[in-house]
Design a protein around this ligand. Structure first.
Ligand code: ADQ
Length: 493
């Protein structure tokens, strides 16, 4: 069955019935900000928020998340609720308020300086502070209290997002064993040797085993998780069934490769104004009549932006015939800039770009253009469409949605995707040109190969990737997860 919004909606509505459906994440799907004297609603730069918003529009219910916008409090009702999406409200956003101290300890500290680096093989040292851990625990308890309040006496499901809430499912289940709790882990799960340095590793594992269902993007991360538990705590690991029983409670461990709304992106990409926008963007003298490469990522050390720039440098060194003929456009909004590691990384990216540009630029041409701004999905599609090549060079990534967005937008079957082997996406998009971002010379040669690929080969590779993303779209991901959740509380869809 081909999954789309309508068939999924029908099935879900029939199944959910009177059950309450609650999604929990740190990041909210809509943020209210002050712009001069008006309040505007913006969407965050987050793969997770984008896809979960689609799920909520299908399932309805309540999304509990941190209210991070400076105007967020001005638009909620007395229950801290606001109906969203703003243009066509069909679910409730419940905002949770966190103090600066809570954010520093729970989010910037433990989640992003501890768990984020330990889960990514990006060779950035994790930092574990006891004070951050205490705050992380406190915030997990705070979210649990609010979720139970929202659940009230209803039967229902709670679907938790990511590494910010490793303790939440256990707290919920201890209080309400009757509700079904599932969690999706959007980033990689490391191997046992890596994870064991976390001082509170056992508590995290026990916390996660409060879930009835725990999902990762790929089987390899599921296996890493099973192995970590097997070596760390008293629990029965059933490798055959891919499940763990701890304190007489079973948790199923399953892979669910996340995806994008293929049809929506393709339709947006077919709009007539896209052609107009491409012409306008290409008028920039630095891009005019040149081959164009793009990169689209938050400025994050896991995304391999420095390795990408080094490969571009090597490419021009090895193949000077491309000087003036190829420009690389990096679109990258700043991320987690409160953290020293991110400040440093942002500086390094900028300085490396300047160094490479100074080495090669002449007249009106420069090798790398860096735009650190936020783009709407419509804007991004113009860039996906105008690119001759798209480079995704993450050092480690759970999935990577940029690769799939690029493919979904290329209904013209043109364009070449260069994709890091260390992304979850590489398991599905096998006809991309796969690279090791650390192998600079091979990476540089792959850029040349991509730019020189003949039309037939490009078409064949792109068509294959498009078939895969079209079939394994976001509705299929949602259907697979809900099917597993319903099997636990209701019958399967
Ligand atoms: P992220 O680390 O956020 O997600 P990714 O999956 O690539 O990484 O998603 C990034 C999203 O941000 C994409 O939808 C992209 O369009 C958007 N984006 C990037 N640059 C932008 C810009 N300049 N302006 C506006 N939007 C921009 C985490 C994990 C991933 C996993 C996702 C989903 O790290 O491995 O794929 O969750 O599970």
């Amino acid at each position: 069955m081909a999954w789309d919004k309508d068939n999924l909606k029908k099935i879900v509505k029939a199944k959910i019935g009177s059950y309450k459906f609650i999604i929990v994440s740190n990041r909210e799907p809509y943020i209210h900000r002050f712009f001069e004297d008006e309040i505007r609603c913006v969407t965050p730069v987050s793969g997770m928020a984008l896809v979960l918003n689609i799920v909520m529009q299908i399932c309805g219910g309540i999304w509990v998340a941190h209210g991070s916008g400076e105007a967020d409090k001005d638009v909620v009702d007395f229950n801290d609720h606001i109906q969203v999406p703003p243009e066509n409200p069909n679910y409730t956003l419940r905002r949770v308020w966190l103090t600066k101290e809570e954010m520093n300890g729970y989010y910037f500290g433990f989640a992003n300086e501890g768990l984020w680096p330990i889960c990514h093989n990006a060779y950035t040292r994790p930092i574990f502070r006891k004070s951050d851990w205490d705050m992380y625990r406190k915030v997990n308890e705070k979210f649990a209290k609010i979720i139970l309040e929202e659940m009230d006496d209803n039967e229902g499901f709670v679907f938790i997002q990511d590494y910010h809430f490793t303790l939440l499912s256990k707290i919920l289940k201890d209080k309400r064993p009757d509700i079904t709790v599932a969690q999706f882990w959007h980033i990689p799960w490391p191997n046992e040797e890596t994870f064991r340095i976390c001082p509170w590793g056992d508590e995290i594992l026990e916390g996660l085993l409060g879930n009835d269902l725990l999902g990762f993007h790929i089987r390899h991360h599921c296996q890493n998780f099973l192995d970590t538990v097997d070596h760390s705590i008293e629990a029965k690991v059933d490798w055959e069934k891919s499940s763990i029983t701890h304190n007489e409670k079973e948790t199923l461990i399953r892979p669910f490769p996340i995806s994008v709304d293929f049809k929506k992106i393709e339709n947006m990409s077919r709009q007539a104004e896209v052609e107009e926008n491409i012409k306008r963007i290409k008028k920039d003298r630095r891009l005019k009549n040149r081959l164009i490469g793009i990169g689209v990522d938050r400025i994050d050390y896991t995304k391999g932006i420095l390795e990408r720039f080094k490969a571009i440098d090597r490419f021009f060194e090895k193949y000077p015939q491309y000087l003036g003929r190829f420009s690389f456009l990096q679109l990258g909004p700043l991320s987690r800039i409160h953290l020293q590691q991110y400040k440093n990384y942002n500086d390094e990216v900028y300085h490396l770009m300047v160094e490479i540009n100074e080495k090669y630029q002449f007249k009106d041409w420069q090798p790398i253009i860096l735009r650190k701004t936020y783009f709407s999905q419509e804007d991004l599609i113009n860039y996906y469409r105008l690119a001759d090549i798209c480079i995704v060079s993450s050092l480690h990534d759970g999935m990577n949605l940029v690769a799939k967005e690029f493919v979904a937008s290329r209904w013209d079957n043109d364009g070449v995707l260069i994709l890091s082997r260390f992304t979850g996406s590489a398991r599905e998009l096998e006809t991309a040109l796969l690279i090791n971002p650390f192998a600079t010379d091979q990476f540089a040669d792959t850029i040349k190969e991509a730019l020189e690929m003949d039309e037939e080969e490009k078409k064949k590779r792109m068509q294959r990737m498009r078939e895969i993303v079209e079939e394994n779209n976001i509705y299929r991901w949602t259907a697979k997860i809900l099917s597993e959740i319903f099997k636990l509380g209701l019958e399967e869809i």
